[in-house]
Write a protein that binds this ligand. Structure first.
Ligand code: GLV
Ligand code: MN
Ligand code: MN
Length: 407
């Protein structure tokens, strides 16, 4: 229980590192990200790890196995957040990994242990997500350098401001032979464990996702003077599409969300001339995701055609569904059994995770921890200390089970 309490205290401490006074938001390459990395590095050192910040701003640590230079089992998660975030999404997995690394007698293991606090998983600042894990896995796309934040600062400039050199980014790339696998513990971010009265679950796969930026263009004009039959109201068109996205998503069994929407020029007495919004789409299988997106696009064409609007879209992010590795999953299941649940519940992740990028270089598996009410991406995110204690037991036992099969 002591480890669990310490983990939760550290989650509270990280939650104080926010760029806004009244809500939690800590984005990629911010001042608060730098401080968070320093804190995490200190905790890694206390756990006996050698630490470094990589060329992408990921905070890393390592302890050797029974001989130096062995491939590593990588444990971790991310420390960036969404706007108005809770304090466990990502951070719990990082702190749990550090606690477990500290508990293990690493010198007896047939692999090294590395822990990583990924710099960006959410994509809050630059729209595209998984930037930390895509750097580590060498699946970086140079087009991203020109992506800008809401202040017009490019990713390239943000690297410089943080003290990183974009030209050195390939130094963060890691090779498959450096790892035996990647394990991540994470809050479930959904209600299924709680509904089943379980503290822990094993993840079978992670949903495929796509994110788009969408612009609907009409004509601004006087809210009083323009008769309805002459209006080209971009917001009414966008609203129709938002409702259609929900209808299609329910019908096709996928998950579509419009989470961000801006109206221009934004006057109380002005007909909206342009609307910019985002679409976040997830599905258990990529073909279901892509088929739903085609239906969103056809709906947009019909709505725009009927209302005399124009639209265009730009894909911000795409990550294909990932199946967790069966051997690593067996390790996680053994861990859950060691924590007292004889029949581990299997669950597919509707949320995205760093493993979606890391799987390009090494097999991945995940442990889910029950979160209250399934609430996440919200300040009410909550985990029970007893569940975190069970997760520590399970995660450590999972590592030991994998060590036993690898030996
Ligand atoms: C990350 O939390 C995501 O799934 O959006
Ligand atoms: Mn998240
Ligand atoms: Mn997360």
């Amino acid at each position: 229980m002591n480890d669990a309490k310490l983990i939760l205290e550290r989650c509270d401490e990280l939650a104080t590192l926010s760029s806004e006074p009244d809500r939690m938001v800590r984005v990629h390459l911010s001042r608060q990200h730098k401080t968070a990395n320093e804190l995490v590095a200190g905790w890694m050192s206390e756990a006996g790890l050698t630490t470094w910040q990589d060329a992408a701003g990921n905070q890393c640590g390592r302890v050797e196995g029974r001989e130096p230079g062995l491939p590593a089992l990588l444990l971790g998660s991310h420390i960036d957040t969404v706007p108005d975030a809770g304090r466990y999404d990502g951070m719990l997995g990082v702190l749990l990994a550090i606690a477990v690394a500290g508990r293990l007698d690493a010198g007896t293991l047939p692999f090294a242990i590395e822990v990583v606090a990924f710099s960006d998983e959410e994509g809050t600042r630059f729209g595209t997500a998984l930037l930390g894990s895509r750097a580590l896995s060498g699946t970086w796309n140079d087009d991203w350098w020109n992506f800008t934040d809401t202040d017009g600062i490019s990713l390239f400039e943000a690297f410089h401001d943080f003290g990183l050199d974009p030209a050195r980014l390939p130094g963060a790339f890691r090779r498959p032979e450096e790892f035996v696998g990647y394990l991540e513990a994470h809050i479930e971010q959904g209600p299924f464990l709680e509904d089943a009265d379980r503290a822990l679950g094993v993840v079978t796969s992670i949903a495929g996702a796509r994110r788009l930026e969408f612009t609907m263009i009409g004509k601004a004009g006087h809210a009083g003077g323009s008769p309805y039959d002459r209006r080209k109201d971009a917001l009414v068109g966008a609203s129709e599409l938002v409702v259609e996205i929900e209808r299609i998503s329910k019908l096709r069994g996928v998950i579509g969300t419009v989470g961000k929407l801006e109206v221009f020029p934004g006057g109380v007495n002005v007909i909206p001339g342009r609307v910019e919004f985002t679409i976040d789409l997830r599905a258990e299988f990529d073909d279901e995701r892509d088929a739903a997106l085609e239906l969103f696009m056809s709906a947009a064409e019909v709505i725009a055609g009927r209302r005399g609007l124009q639209f265009h879209s730009r894909e911000l992010y795409r990550a294909d569904a990932v199946v967790c590795d069966l051997d690593l999953r067996a390790g996680i299941e053994a861990g859950i059994r060691a924590a007292g649940d004889a029949d581990p519940m299997a669950i597919w992740s509707r949320a995205g995770h760093d493993g979606m990028a890391v799987c390009a270089i090494t097999p991945i598996a995940m442990l889910f921890v029950r979160c209250k009410g399934g609430i996440s991406h919200h300040p009410d995110e909550h985990v029970r200390v007893a569940d975190v204690a069970a997760a520590v037991t399970a995660f450590e036992a999972a590592v030991l089970a994998l060590a036993a099969t690898a030996a």
